[in-house]
Write a protein that binds this ligand. Structure first.
Ligand SMILES: [Zn+2]
Length: 481
């Protein structure tokens, strides 16, 4: 560490220099060597000293004010933002307004044609058993599902725990409700992997059961927790097969139903769902940027998805991703940094119903004269950051130059991995994808259920995401890749 010399000490040094020419030459040589060495180091290590100062400014601004959480409150105030809904449109206007208020250089929207599915009046479901009487069960329709007839439907239930079991019991399926009781694998540490594995029954279960004559399906909710909250999510019909209603049942009721079925295999379930598919509507991606000072056509993208499910305000999925993108740009602007390349926040509409916003973004005519270098999408909740994933080695190696700067903020590893759903269409254009990866253990406690509220997010953990992302996108905007 270099400390200023005291005045009297300085005078002593000058006296010495004048007295001894040899020492002067030696000192010059030492300084020259140090200067030359530093220049070499900056060439190899991308001037970490200046990034360190900037990181401190960004960190101080972020942690003092915790503005990400304020933005989160604003965005979640409109409630669930199902594609095609009024709340989703409100969110488009709200976030565009916030981008202007922050003072981004350019703010605009681009059209996206989105699904318009509505849940209708709350679902009703009962178990009816000669042994247990009538028992209410907690269900919710899956996104895309058709409703039941107006009076509801009632049928016996067939529980299965795998596709193989469905296949082996197919002769028993006609006229029944198939109940996929497949829990997320608790032994998998990275919860998104456990989710990905179990989600196939939610996504494809209705058509697979309809193939053998089922009248409806119930899928065990995708969470490690045992509680009474059903978790929704998208399902997809196979166009060649009949469409039957599909709902999610809470994990506690899944356990109870399995027990009841053992004692009374003839029990029936009554279901009433009023959901319906309406005509698609035009919604929007919301975009704002800090224009690059030297290479404005080269873009570093930071995004999240604006839409959510309707059962909660979708604080973790994915209001958090949207607000940290916005806060990262705000921090850079507040810090007075002028990036060489453009840093752009994109709030995608429609991740949940199939990622139409991400595809529309790539195809939009605005992209013709643009070159995206890196696209980072946050869609793993507002939790504490742990590491960073990037899709190509050259980007990982480059970012390692500021490894020591990022580490104290919670980036313990930088490894190969992808980004979110909405940025994935950019991969075919050679864009490097990435994501800041937060702790995933609690995420599915809330995901797609009524529990995904802002109380589940800690303001400092959220702010750390924004601080790290500000540093990362600024680094790539300065250095390129
Ligand atoms: Zn999401």
């Amino acid at each position: 560490m270099i400390r200023p010399l005291a005045q009297n000490k300085k005078n002593n040094i000058f006296n010495t220099i004048f007295r001894n020419l040899f020492l002067t030459i030696a000192l010059v040589a030492i300084f020259a060597h140090l200067a030359f060495g530093w220049a070499n180091q900056t060439k190899d290590n991308s001037a970490p000293a200046s990034y360190e100062n900037q990181a401190k400014i960004i960190k101080d601004l972020g942690l003092k004010e915790e503005k990400a959480y304020e933005l989160l409150k604003v965005l979640t105030s409109v409630g669930g933002r199902l594609t095609g809904s009024q709340a989703a449109e409100q969110a488009v206007n709200l976030m565009g307004g916030l981008m202007e208020k922050i003072g981004l250089d350019r703010v605009w929207t681009e059209p996206v044609k989105v699904n318009h599915w509505t849940r209708g009046s709350p679902e009703k479901a009962f178990v009816r058993s000669r042994r247990f009487g009538q028992q209410k069960i907690n269900i919710c329709a899956l996104g895309n599902s058709i409703g039941t007839p107006g009076k509801g439907l009632e049928a016996q239930v067939l529980e299965v725990k795998s596709w193989a079991e469905l296949e082996s019991l197919k002769s028993q399926v006609p006229g029944k409700i198939v109940f996929y009781n497949v829990p997320m694998d608790r032994t998998i540490v990275y919860s998104f992997a456990a989710y990905g594995q179990a989600a196939q029954y939610r996504v494809r279960g209705a058509s697979q059961a309809a193939r053998y004559g089922a009248v409806a399906v119930l899928t065990r909710s995708l969470t490690f927790r045992l509680d009474n909250h059903p978790h929704t999510g998208m399902m997809i019909y196979d166009d060649k097969l009949p469409r039957i209603p599909a709902a999610s049942i809470s994990t506690l009721d899944s356990e109870r139903l399995a027990q009841w079925l053992k004692a009374d295999p003839d029990l029936k379930i009554y279901l009433r769902m009023a959901c319906q598919q309406l005509e698609p509507v035009i919604s929007h991606n919301v975009i704002g940027e800090l224009k690059g000072a030297e290479k404005p056509e080269e873009i570093i993208l930071l995004g999240g998805h604006l839409d959510s499910w309707d059962l909660s305000p979708g604080a973790n999925d994915d209001a958090a991703g949207c607000v940290v993108a916005l806060e990262a740009l705000r921090l850079l602007k507040e810090a007075g940094l002028k990036p060489k390349r453009t840093i752009r926040a994109v709030l995608f509409m429609d991740e949940e119903f199939g990622g139409t916003g991400g595809r529309a973004y790539v195809l939009d005519s605005h992209r013709l004269n643009e070159k995206h270098l890196v696209a980072i999408e946050q869609d793993e909740g507002g939790g504490l950051p742990l590491g960073l994933s990037l899709s190509r080695e050259e980007a990982i190696n480059k970012l390692r130059a500021i490894n020591q700067i990022l580490r104290p903020f919670g980036v313990y590893w930088i490894e190969k991995g992808g980004g979110g759903v909405d940025v994935s269409p950019l991969a075919s254009k050679g864009v490097i994808l990435g994501s800041l990866v937060p702790d995933s253990q609690k995420y599915f406690d809330y995901h797609h259920s009524a529990l995904d509220t802002i109380e589940t997010i800690h303001p400092r953990e959220l702010e750390l995401q924004a601080i790290i992302l500000a540093m990362v996108v600024y680094f790539f905007a300065e250095e390129g890749v």
